[in-house]
Design a protein around this ligand. Structure first.
Ligand code: NAD
Length: 346
């Protein structure tokens, strides 16, 4: 029989609950027949403890450089030892300039916004803006932080948003900025939005001031389709938007560059429940579904997503964060339930 070639993906089990949600995710993907060969690599706390100042050993960077694809669990940013954030190291090293955060209602997850038809994608610029971390004291009482935005940086993130809208057959792209106050930096993003929009006549362009965007996200979240915004604006509104559909614990994201892509859960390493077998793997599993679609393994993506949706909708064997008080099960039982639901259509 002819077997289709497998895609090699670097798996970073990470810190805290990271190894637990990674093991659960890979168990589900393997059971679903995902065409992936996993290459495990280290990053985060263990690397810092070994004295790797960036939190990411050379072999890990090499693995991602070669495979161009990574599935990453949360990494701790150690306080009191180590150097920078390992996450920032990788984002910068691989120039992962687009952070993609889909936000939509999941079956069985009830929120004050349930039933509104929320289905949007937030495209956040991931490497520029005030996150360049260039700060200094001007005098002993005046601190300054540089907000750096470049025309090529604005152009590629706007193009990423339009490309995504086109690929997913979405109707509109809204550029969210603070251009009314920061006319050069944020204004550059707004003007670039207008320029690029002209090339996509089938997609409705829009612009909104970021504070009103936060307001509208709460008042009328179903009105949004694709939102594209600068780094700090995106950091804030993507967490807000995740809250509308059930919180950070279930939110996936991807970090895309021109040469590599990294998929991860939005939540952190949850030290309070680490090692107890209680973590919910839904966010990393959802990120892995994004990865499957990225490598065009659409059938397997559909199969895993369907099994996850059925599990959530039926509400049987959910982890403690989603189940009614006292009815939660552990990571392994939830994972078994998703695997049992593979291949079911409803
Ligand atoms: P956190 O997301 O780890 O935890 C917040 C709360 O949510 C905790 O009560 C935790 O138990 C719960 N939670 C999170 N994920 C869960 C899951 N999958 N299942 C069940 N419950 C879950 O946030 P934090 O405590 O602020 O951060 C802890 C560490 O994670 C820090 O070192 C931080 O730097 C790091 N972090 C890493 C990333 C990343 O790697 N992308 C993102 C955020 C935070």
């Amino acid at each position: 029989a002819v077997t289709s070639p497998k895609t090699k993906v670097t798996a970073l089990p990470g810190d805290g609950i990271g190894p637990e949600v990674m093991a659960a995710t890979i168990r589900i993907l393997d059971a679903a027949g995902a065409p992936i060969e996993w290459e495990y690599a280290e990053a985060g706390a263990e690397a810092f403890k070994k004295g790797v100042i960036t939190g990411v050993p050379r072999e890990t960077l090499d693995s991602i450089s070669t495979n161009k694809l990574a599935l990453k669990s949360p990494l701790e940013t150690p306080i009191g030892y180590g150097g920078k954030s390992a996450n920032v190291t990788m984002r910068k090293f691989f120039e992962l300039y687009a952070n993609i955060r889909p936000v939509r209602e999941l079956p069985g997850i009830t929120t004050p916004f349930s039933g509104r038809g929320i289905d949007m994608v937030i495209v956040r610029e991931n490497v520029e803006d005030v996150y360049a971390g260039i700060e200094h004291m001007q005098t002993t009482t005046v601190a300054q932080c540089l907000k750096l935005m470049t025309a090529p940086g604005c152009e590629r993130i706007i193009r990423a948003a339009y490309g995504l809208a086109q690929a997913e057959e979405r109707k509109g792209v809204t550029v969210a900025t603070k251009a009314n106050i920061m006319k050069l930096t944020e204004g550059m993003m707004k003007r670039m939005g207008e320029k690029v929009a002209a090339e996509f006549p089938d997609i409705k362009p829009g612009h909104i001031i970021i504070d009103n965007c936060a307001h509208q996200l709460v008042i009328k979240p179903e009105a949004f389709d694709v939102i594209v915004t600068s780094n700090m604006n995106g950091d804030i509104i993507s967490d807000l938007a995740a809250g509308l559909v059930g919180g950070l614990g279930i939110a996936p994201s991807s970090n895309l560059g021109d040469h590599a892509a990294m998929f991860e859960a939005v939540h952190g390493s949850a030290p309070d429940i680490a090692g107890k077998g209680l973590a919910n793997p839904t966010a990393l599993l959802s990120a892995s579904i994004m990865l499957l679609r990225h490598i065009a393994a659409f059938d397997v993506a559909e199969k895993v997503e369907q099994a996850l949706f059925i599990t959530l909708a039926e509400g049987k064997n959910l982890t403690g964060d989603l189940a009614p008080r006292g009815h939660g099960v552990g990571t392994a039982a939830f994972t078994d339930q998703v695997i049992a639901n593979l291949g079911r259509s409803s």
